[in-house]
Design a protein around this ligand. Structure first.
Ligand code: HEM
Length: 149
């Protein structure tokens, strides 16, 4: 789409800003779960975590994910990216983005479980899960910057 041509760099800047906001939430929410898993049900601490988790997911993570997708898709439609979606680095990146999106939805489900005081998983589980977005982020950045294949 030619009218997007002059916007390529602006779209890329907005895409990266959205990615940073989304990643901040994807890294922080499981950290909150680690502490929440150790807080007694019904305690003041547990109730505070519920509010923090809801606000983080609804106020930052959901809008940032939508913005990442919106600007990413607009970037694909720019003349600068014509045909690039066929390259293997891009298809590998999209595969990792799908995994990241599934992870986002898993976090949203676990948040609901915490909100209903139903968590049975140990803090260790969330600490382990906390590593997932870091690994995916490293993979995506290498793919989009180095474009190794
Ligand atoms: C539907 C989801 C996404 C789409 C369609 C998409 C698409 C794109 C496109 C077309 C570019 C321009 C590439 C270039 O100029 O060579 C780009 C750049 C970039 N994307 Fe995404 N992206 C998506 C999600 C993500 C996610 C989840 C991350 C990180 C976690 C990410 C990180 C980046 C970065 C860091 C750049 C800048 C690369 C550069 O310096 O050229 N993107 N994206």
């Amino acid at each position: 789409m030619d009218w997007l041509s002059g916007l390529y760099l602006w779209l890329k800047a907005l895409h990266i800003i959205s990615v940073v906001a989304w990643m901040a939430g994807l890294l922080y929410l499981p950290r909150l779960f680690v502490y929440h898993a150790g807080a007694a049900v019904g305690s003041q601490q547990s109730e505070t975590f519920k509010i923090m988790e809801r606000r983080l997911l609804r106020g930052i993570m959901n809008p940032a994910m939508i913005a990442t997708y919106t600007f990413g898709i607009l970037l694909v439609l720019t003349p600068e990216m014509a045909g690039e979606w066929r390259s293997r680095w891009f298809q590998a990146k999209i595969t990792l983005v799908v995994v990241l999106t599934i992870y986002h939805h898993a976090l949203a489900r676990w948040r609901k479980v915490f909100a209903a005081d139903g968590n049975k998983r140990p803090a260790k589980f969330y600490r382990l899960m906390n590593e997932v977005p870091t690994l995916i982020l490293i993979g995506i950045v290498i793919l989009v910057v180095v474009k190794p294949f």
